[in-house]
Write a protein that binds this ligand. Structure first.
Ligand code: PEP
Ligand code: MG
Length: 552
């Protein structure tokens, strides 16, 4: 097994010996309760409190996104309905460890059955249960192994509590067997800039002490590498470190062609970090992230305050805000019909907003008011648009409510197939490659079993991007990219070659993309794009571009 494959997170490369994480605690047996129910309940109460306190402490130590995740876990440990279930089982004669296990498991099954974002949270609940059972047994909770020397951490999956607190001087990279691109492990690894590969199905074959190269860009774990492979990996690592230290120039190709590099954000509090990393504006502000936990539609004043905080961080810069994209993996209680069997193909994005036009009107009003009181250049776009009529609906409503620049996302293949007409009806288009890939390949982006289809290098996806790019160039209108594809440096060059005028990505990816763009002229980018589009598969497109790039 010279090479194992999974989903790479970030662009990093690391070489080192494997250290495996301890396996989870075994399932508690169902032996009857010893002693009286009251003291069993008291010991569970103490264990819950200790685990919640420990998670809270870890959260405070970690700060940022990790703190929110760990605090959510601490709340899970104290969930009253789970505790009721534990008490009921103890009263019926079940031992406390078993009662905790069963109560958390049934809650976990409910979440897993919901799929999407909620499904991904099921693992968090399982981790909380393990910590409580370890506390009851008086043993250490399963967690990251201790070592005096740096290592590559290999685990089935990593709990948020562990990922958040990884000692980055020791953990060179992370490899997990489970988890997809949207698991918490991946989210936290990306936010912390940890080199990681998740969903490596044969990760169980890796053993302690075995030296491996983790190449996140290639999604590959190279086992027992040769000296040359190690030297090559070291070179890549050094180049990446140099790129991170390079001056924060504006995005441009080798011939000076400007390619503005923008940030994908989900909260105004992330703006400062994006500016620090050289973002030239915002290419996608995901407004639904502000209201994921809100049971009611937010009012105009609440929204305006958030949008003003965002716009104030980018005076004079372009900020593209997306109207609420509710549905599928991001359900909003006040917009989403939870009874749909196939929510990714249901009433999501603009379809949901059209069903609740008052929510869309409030949001556009709040945005226009925030724009009037700030200095940023606000652009607003609609998600999940399917055709020209929907484009016209959104653009005219946005203009009526005071939005100066209104556009649509290209995420559904129908919009790319109608590129000329759609672009004629909008001020700009922004391509969401995550959904465009999902819908072109008919593969649920949340589903690990079809993750191999979720590859934006697929020539079928690239051909749709090419159509949009060509239509934008003819109409002299911007065609940006705001899906994850823009954060893959080589693919970013291809996308520019296909006609993308801006690239928007998670801020941690800006340095790598900025560095790669400088290696190619526009003509070279077009030649690479032609090679990718002509390939028969995603893998062949990657190879063709790597070959053509090395030769140029
Ligand atoms: C996309 O689909 O590529 C996109 C940027 O939107 P989201 O990931 O929020 O669905
Ligand atoms: Mg999308």
């Amino acid at each position: 097994m010279p090479e194992l494959h999974g989903v790479g997170v970030g662009r990093g490369t690391a070489t080192g010996p494997v250290l495996r994480m301890a396996e989870p605690l075994g399932e508690p047996d169902s032996s009857p309760l010893q002693g009286d129910a009251a003291s069993a309940k008291a010991s569970v109460g103490e264990a819950l409190a200790a685990v919640a306190a420990d998670l809270g402490k870890r959260g405070q130590a970690a700060g940022g996104d990790a703190q929110a995740v760990l605090e959510a876990q601490a709340l899970m440990a104290q969930d009253p309905s789970i505790l009721d279930d534990v008490h009921r089982q103890i009263d019926e004669g079940t031992n406390p460890e078993r009662a905790v296990f069963t109560a958390f498991k049934s809650f976990q099954d409910v979440l897993a059955g919901m799929g999407g974002y909620m499904g991904e949270r099921a693992a968090d609940l399982g981790d909380v249960a393990q910590r409580i059972i370890a506390q009851l047994r008086g043993v250490h909770a399963p967690g990251v192994p201790e070592s005096d020397t740096p290592f590559i951490l290999v685990a089935r999956d990593l709990a948020p509590a562990d990922t958040a607190l990884l000692d980055l001087d020791k953990v060179l990279a992370l490899v997990t067997r489970d988890g997809g691109p949207t698991s918490h492990t991946a989210i936290l690894a990306r936010a912390k800039g940890i080199t990681a590969i998740v969903g490596v199905s044969s990760a169980d074959e890796l053993s302690d002490g075995q030296v491996v190269i983790v190449d996140a860009a290639a999604g590959a774990v190279v086992t027992d590498p040769t000296d040359e492979q190690v030297a090559e990996a070291e070179k890549k690592r050094a180049e990446r470190l140099a790129a991170a230290d390079a001056p924060l120039t504006a995005g441009a190709l080798a011939d000076g062609t400007a390619v503005p590099l923008l940030a994908n954000l989900g909260s105004p509090k992330d703006a400062a970090n994006a500016v620090e990393l050289g973002a030239e504006g915002v290419g996608l502000f995901r407004t639904e992230f502000l209201f994921l936990d809100s049971p009611y539609a937010p009012d105009v004043a609440t929204q305006k305050a958030s949008y003003k905080a965002l716009l104030e961080a980018f005076p004079g810069k372009k900020v593209v805000v997306r109207a609420l994209d509710a549905g599928a993996d991001k359900p909003l209680p006040f917009l989403t019909d939870s009874g749909e069997e196939n929510p990714a193909l249901g009433r999501r994005g603009l379809r949901a907003l059209r069903h609740h036009p008052e929510i869309l009107r409030d949001q556009l009003t709040a945005l226009a008011e925030a724009d009037a009181e700030t200095e940023a250049d606000l652009w607003v776009m609609a998600p999940m648009v399917a055709d020209v009529e929907e484009t016209e609906y959104f653009v005219s409503l946005a203009k009526e409510l005071g939005i100066k620049t209104a556009g649509v996302m290209a995420e559904v293949p129908s919009v790319a197939l109608l590129a000329e007409q759609v672009i004629a009806a909008a001020d700009f288009v922004s391509i969401g490659t995550n959904d465009l890939t999902q819908y072109t390949m008919a593969a649920d982006r949340m589903l690990g079993t079809v993750a191999s289809y979720q590859d934006p290098w697929h020539p079928a996806v690239l051909r749709l991007v090419a159509q949009l790019g060509a239509a934008g160039a003819t109409a002299h209108k911007g065609v940006g990219i705001c899906g994850e594809a823009a954060s893959d440096p080589m693919l970013a060059v291809v996308l520019v070659g296909l006609g993308a005028t801006t690239l928007s990505m998670t801020p941690a990816a800006l340095a790598d993309v900025r560095a790669e763009l400088k290696n190619h002229t526009l003509d070279q980018a077009k030649a690479l794009a032609a090679a990718a589009v002509a390939a028969p598969s995603a893998a062949a497109a990657r190879e063709a571009v790597a070959r053509a790039s090395a030769a140029s």
